[in-house]
Design a protein around this ligand. Structure first.
Ligand SMILES: [Zn+2]
Length: 148
């Protein structure tokens, strides 16, 4: 039995202009990125075996059935992370030090993203975080994470 998880829309920072590479959605990932632009974090759940997965794929990685989309709570914890302290690559070199973390969602799947708004030295494994979205345009949003 799955525990009850509250799902609400994430905060969306609209139309941020920056020089980060834009994710290029494909047929499988387009619904995910479009939902992010609306403030909704989606994962996939298999209607046949119940397996939850991320990143988006055409097939369930457990049984091969076609997965359904499901709204995630956007609540998770830091599963592991690293602090990027040095890079020569624009635009990221302007942002060091920054945190790249693997977030474990309350629903189970893990996804990678930046933890922001907190001193990188204060980030810890197990730290509770919540998603917020940066809308690149109407078709693409990118999830970011902050302490909760
Ligand atoms: Zn399955």
């Amino acid at each position: 039995m799955r525990k009850e998880i509250t799902v609400t829309n994430a905060d969306v920072i609209a139309n941020r202009i920056d020089s980060r590479p834009r994710p290029e959605p494909n047929e499988v990932t387009a619904p995910y990125f479009a939902a992010c632009a609306r403030g909704e974090l989606l994962i996939q759940r298999c209607p046949d075996c119940g397996h939850a997965q991320h990143y988006p794929r055409a097939l369930c990685t457990s049984c091969g059935a076609a997965p359904d989309w499901e709204r995630s709570s956007g609540q998770g914890t830091v599963y592991t992370f690293t602090v990027i302290r040095q890079t020569g690559v624009a635009p990221f070199r302007e942002e060091v030090p920054y945190v790249v973390a693997m977030i474990e969602l309350a629903e189970g799947p893990r996804l990678m993203g930046n933890v922001t708004g907190v001193d990188p030295e204060a980030v810890r494994i197990g730290m509770p975080v919540e998603v917020y979205m940066v809308q690149v345009d109407d078709e693409v949003g990118v999830p970011y994470w902050r302490a909760r």
